[in-house]
Design a protein. Structure first.
Length: 131
């Protein structure tokens, strides 16, 4: 089942976002700040939760959207719908084999660095332009 984890998204933007998610058959799930220290796989599959405490981490307050299990058509439809609805979320990620065990805090840190590099707010994290 396709899922979307929503971090710090509220108000009108959240309404627009949820409409687009449901249109694409994607189940939205809010994540509380207290759960930002839990790995993504636990947040996506709470039935696998074995009771361990979340990792101690300073929660973030930026909006972030994490997508899991989407088909290419769902992803395209969602991104197009978000643009049309003017409900953009700057920090977006798709769950991969690499990041599924990361906490949202770590994923946020990585996305923030990439976003800053892409928007000219920071140095490239991939070494481009090194001399």
């Amino acid at each position: 089942m396709a899922q979307a984890l929503l971090f710090n998204i509220s108000g009108e933007k959240k309404k627009k976002l949820c409409v687009q998610l449901v249109k694409q058959g994607i189940a939205p799930r809010d994540v509380l700040a207290v759960d930002q220290g839990r790995p993504l796989d636990v947040l996506l599959h709470p039935e696998s939760f074995s009771g361990e405490e979340p990792e101690a981490a300073e929660p973030f307050d930026d909006e972030m959207l994490v997508l899991d299990g989407l088909s290419p058509q769902q992803l395209r439809g969602l991104l197009d719908g978000l643009r049309q609805a003017k409900a953009s979320v700057a920090l977006k990620a798709v769950v991969t084999e690499e990041n599924i065990r990361w906490t949202p805090v770590r994923l946020h840190r990585e996305l923030q660095a990439e976003h800053e590099a892409m928007t000219g707010g920071g140095k490239s994290i991939h070494g481009a332009g090194r001399r």
